[in-house]
Design a protein around this ligand. Sequence first.
Ligand code: SAM
Length: 239
Amino acid sequence: MRVDVVSIFPDYLAPLGLSLVGKAAASGVLDVRVHHLRDFTHDKHRSVDDTPVGGGAGMVMRPEPWDEALRTVAPEGARLIVPTPAGRPFTQALAAELAAEPRLVFACGRYEGIDQRVVDSARERMPVDEVSIGDYVLAGGEVAVLVMVEAVARLLPGVLGNPDSLVEESHVDGLLEYPVYTKPAVWESREVPPVLLSGHHANIVRWRRDESLRRTARNRPDLLDRLPASSFDDRDLSI
Ligand code: SAM
């Protein structure tokens, strides 16, 4: 997969060279290129922002450099992702959808965001998603891109050491994952739940399912509300 990121703070994207994403890039599964938006300006001050039309606080990113940048780095066949708190939510399902794309381009906004005409114009030549990573406002799109690229990269074939890790985890089947433990069996007088040491596979599966349901009900009841009745068995319903 090829990923291009356009930003006025390319250094902010340096963590894409580390850890799992960095290894994916080193192994050739992922090709990440970061571009400086100011390289697409032509005035003395390399300006990328101007005052909002209609008044109001802050500055808005100018359309000209953005349009030139996107026409340069986003060829036919690419999918453009524009991080914005006003976008559709970024979810595991969207991460899986993006992981199937050959080429993603991310446009990192700053200030009050990018002139909307850039997004509308790009939409005429490629698929465009305005995406939010949560209901809060960051200072720029770079952190959102780090979040999204990491979530996508770990889904690419060959990136995780054990692909089974992707099967049983939060947000895959609509539930949160059960609590996990490692050795020692007793740590500071706290025991690992005995069922996990029993070797009884069916009981372990059942315990994990129960804990997953309890944790989801406690932390994210909205997720349970969204699941169809067919997702639950008789034993689930007694929890
Ligand atoms: N004026 C915008 C609004 O109220 O919707 C907020 C602009 S924000 C200060 C600047 C940039 O940060 C945005 O253009 C976007 O790139 C990024 N950003 C902020 N919060 C975000 C979020 N929750 N998800 C994705 N990107 C975000």
